[in-house]
Every structure is written in structure tokens, then in C-alpha cells.
Design a protein around this ligand. Structure first.
Ligand code: ACO
Length: 429
């Protein structure tokens, strides 16, 4: 009869250990019983970049990277993007179920009525240099928000926690829009609570002298769908940062500033910015083959390609490509699209990319849409951080409520000097 266990033989000692298998995993702590002698610390697993380590059990997001499947709380991303709106998906991610009519109305009311920021936050943002990167402003301002809401430190008080969740989801578009207006030297636009989540965001970005701003419905919906697609993606770099920082029981604003900082990097949420810079650098269809040659010679990365989890087409990339067509009908086609399509065509046929399962990820086409919508490239990571706020918060609550979680603290394999005596300055070489 087959058993749900793993048998390990330590050839150093000829001892055999039988470890239980639960949910197709072994508990890494079980390895510690494997010792050469009683003083031995016990076996550790070595896993730089956590390539094969599950850091948590989760019920939020499911990805099958081989098949290109993404689901939030069991719902396929394609259905959520087609039939849902961002705020109901946010509710789903935070609370686990889609809201009924009354729950949705209350949720929408709470989010809509927390969109304003304290005037001092506005003043604080005004102090940034005129050419500050909006993502740097965003990260710093989210961190600063913790000083405005000291009760946020009460992370085990469910009511206080919910209040910070409302505030964060409601205020991130405001902070994002202020950071954009700041880099443009334009006056900040206060939220308009009559508009939808993305409609209000567009208003805070664009509004000039209009008495009433009317967002373009196609762009409003396109942004809403893009927000749905970016809302969560299980234990990626930024989300892991949120959980690790949150595991020390810091407040959600400070933890989220750390998560956003992780997202900022070009290998993660900064990739859509990097894709656009890459496409601009290629500049013309005729330069694509030479660029691809450089990638294959390992001089460059093909930004927007490859993913730690997806070894198939990123399902979000397919959906983003569809949105592009709708957006271009309003904005006119982005000429960079042809370069992107040609890069994808070559990469999909070329052995180098095929062998390595390198497919476009969500960021390959999102930047082209954002640029067509006239967002500056530096705003791209900020546009990622707004919806990801929801995922970070959902994962943060799950971490806090998980009795198996403790402060995150990995081990290391020490390979440095053995103990040695201090050498006086004059005696050093
Ligand atoms: N261009 C060229 N080669 C690549 C690329 C790329 N974009 N991505 C991976 N490879 C190659 C690697 O060099 C490696 O080749 P080798 O086995 O011959 O050495 C192989 O493919 C496997 O790649 P890894 O680096 O091991 O994959 P990993 O899972 O560590 O990295 C990552 C994933 C960081 C996303 C990587 O694919 C990458 O840098 N992509 C470009 C940046 C990007 O688009 N990031 C956005 C990710 S999506 C997101 O965060 C929202």
C-alpha cells in the first residue's frame, strides 16, 4: 500500500528517516532531525531566492504556471476581468467571497469616502524635488501615512485593521495622482467621490478647469480591468516583502511601503517601465533582429519576457493584449505595438526562447497601453502598486491570522572565516 511519506537515507550515517508528506510538501523543520551526531545542528534546506520553498499556506490566489492558469479565490481571472469590476474583486480578495449587493454598496461607500488625504500629506508631497520619480514619492508617502494613523499599529484589532484597509485602498490612487501632478508641475486635484474608482483616478490625473470631469468610459473600464489583472499574484517578491515585514507586527503602511519598494525593481513591477524603455531604444522594426541577437548573446534581457512561475503564456498577458485594441480605438495605435508584436513573433519561434519557456508576461503589453493613455513611463510601477495594494493587504491579513506563522527569519549557510583574533590597525596588511 502506498504511504504518504518520504523516506530519506543519510549515507553519512546510514540512518533512515520517514517524513510525513502533507499537501505534497514536507515540513522543512522535519529535516532538522537528520544529524551526524547529537551536537549537530541538523539538516537545513538551501534555497536561495526561495525557488522551491512554500513560505505559507494560502487560500487567496492559485497559479498553475505550466498551464497558464490564474484564479483569485477560485474564480478564473478571465471571468473576473470580463464580468467583474475592480472594487468587487478587491472585496473578493480581502474577504474571500464576492460581495452581495448590500456588501458591495457598503464597501464602495467606505472606499469612496476615504479617498481624501490629510492636507499635511499633500504638503509633504509638495516638498519632493520637481523631478522626483513618482514611485519614490509613492513609497515614501505610504510610509509617512503610518505617522498619521498611529492606531494602525493595533494590528490585531479587527475594526482598526479594516479601517486601514479602507484607507489604503482608497488613498493609493490619490497619492499616485498627486505624485504624477507633482512631476508635471500641475496643481493637485482633489478626489471626486461621484466617480468610480478608476474614473476618479483619471480625474485626479487629468482634470484642469472642467467643472465636472467626465472620464472616457473605454479608458475607465480598461484601467479597471488592468487593475483586476494586477491585484494579486500569490507569493511574488513584493508580496513576500509585505509578509516578511508584516511578520514583525509592524503597521500596514510601513509594511506596504516595503512591499512597494520591492515592486519598484526592474525585475518585478518596474518591468513595464523597462519594457517601454527597451521598445523606445529598439525604435524601429528593422532593429528587432539585432536586438534579439544581443539577448541570445546574453548581453541583454528581453524585458517583459519570462516569469518565475509561468512557463507558459501568462494569462494576464493575453487579456492585456485584448485591452490594447480597445484602448487604441480611443487613443490611436501606439507605434511601439508593432515592435512588441515582432519581438513576440520572433521569440515564439526562436529556439533560445522556446527551450527556456520564455513567454510574454503581464508587463510586456501593459506599458504600451499606459503609454497610449499618455502616462509617463515613470508612472508605470505606480500604476501597478495601486491595485496590488489589495493583494498585499489580503496576504497581510492571512499572514496575521495564520497560527503557523511567526516572524520571518531564514537561516544561512555560513562560509566565512573561522574564529580569529582582532588585529590592531598598525598590524594590518
Ligand atoms: N530575456 C532573456 N533571457 C531570459 C529572460 C529574459 N527576459 N528571462 C529568463 N531568461 C533566461 C535566463 O538567462 C536563463 O537562461 P539559462 O538557463 O541559459 O541561464 C533562463 O532563461 C531561466 O531564467 P531564470 O533567470 O532562471 O528565471 P527566473 O525565474 O530566476 O527569473 C524573471 C524570472 C526575473 C522574471 C526573468 O525572466 C527576467 O528577468 N525577466 C525580465 C524582467 C521581467 O519581465 N520581469 C517581470 C516579471 S512579471 C512581474 O514581476 C509582474
Amino acid at each position: 500500500m502506498s504511504k504518504n511519506t518520504l523516506t530519506i537515507t543519510d549515507n553519512r550515517t546510514d540512518k533512515t528517516y520517514e517524513l510525513p508528506i502533507t499537501n505534497d510538501t514536507i515540513n522543512a523543520m522535519e529535516l532538522r532531525q537528520i544529524k551526524v551526531n547529537p551536537e549537530d545542528f541538523g539538516m537545513l534546506s538551501y534555497d536561495p531566492a526561495f525557488k522551491n520553498t512554500a513560505s505559507t499556506k494560502s487560500t487567496i490566489t492559485y497559479i498553475d504556471g505550466g498551464k497558464g492558469i490564474l484564479r483569485y479565490r477560485g474564480y478564473p481571472i478571465e471571468q473576473l476581468a470580463e464580468k467583474g469590476n475592480f472594487l468587487e474583486v478587491a472585496y473578493l480578495l480581502i474577504f474571500g467571497e464576492l460581495p452581495n449587493e448590500q456588501q458591495y454598496a457598503e464597501w464602495k461607500h467606505e472606499i469612496t469616502h476615504h479617498t481624501f488625504v490629510h492636507e499635511n500629506i499633500k504638503n509633504l508631497m509638495e516638498a519632493f524635488r520637481y523631478d522626483s520619480h513618482p514611485m519614490g514619492m509613492f513609497i515614501a508617502t505610504v510610509a509617512a501615512m503610518s505617522t498619521f494613523y498611529p492606531e494602525a499599529r493595533d494590528i490585531f484589532d479587527e475594526e482598526a485593521r479594516l479601517k486601514q484597509i479602507h484607507r489604503l485602498i482608497a488613498k493609493v490612487p490619490t497619492i499616485a495622482a498627486f505624485s504624477y501632478r507633482h512631476t508635471r508641475g500641475l496643481p493637485y486635484v482633489y478626489p471626486d467621490n461621484d466617480l468610480s474608482y478608476t474614473g476618479n483616478f483619471l480625474s485626479m490625473l487629468d482634470r484642469m478647469t472642467q467643472l465636472k470631469y467626465e472620464p472616457n468610459p473605454v479608458l475607465e473600464r480598461a484601467l479597471d480591468v488592468l487593475f483586476i489583472l494586477h491585484a494579486d499574484h500569490e507569493q511574488n517578491c513584493g508580496t513576500s516583502a509585505m509578509r516578511v515585514i508584516g511578520s514583525s507586527h509592524t503597521d500596514p503602511y510601513t509594511a506596504m511601503a516595503g512591499a512597494a519598494a520591492a515592486l519598484y525593481g526592474p525585475l518585478h513591477g518596474g518591468a513595464n517601465e523597462a519594457v517601454l524603455r527597451m521598445l523606445l531604444e529598439i525604435g524601429d522594426l528593422k532593429n528587432v533582429p539585432a536586438f534579439v541577437k544581443g539577448v541570445k548573446n546574453r548581453e541583454r534581457l528581453l524585458m517583459g519576457f519570462g516569469h518565475r512561475v509561468y512557463k507558459n503564456y501568462d494569462p494576464r498577458a493575453t487579456l492585456v493584449k485584448n485591452i490594447a485594441d480597445q484602448v487604441f480605438e480611443v487613443t490611436g495605435k501606439n507605434p511601439l505595438l508593432d515592435i512588441a508584436l515582432e519581438l513576440e513573433r520572433i521569440a515564439r519561434e526562436d529556439e533560445f526562447f522556446v527551450e527556456r519557456n520564455l513567454y510574454p508576461n503581464v508587463d510586456f503589453y501593459s506599458g504600451i497601453i499606459y503609454q497610449a493613455m499618455r502616462f509617463p513611463v515613470s508612472m508605470f510601477p505606480v500604476l501597478f502598486a495601486i491595485p496590488r495594494t489589495v493583494g498585499w493587504l489580503a496576504q497581510w491579513i492571512e499572514m496575521l491570522e495564520d497560527k503557523e506563522q511567526k516572524i520571518a527569519r531564514p537561516r544561512q549557510v555560513y562560509l566565512g572565516s573561522d574564529s580569529r583574533d582582532f588585529v590592531a590597525m598598525n598590524d594590518r596588511k
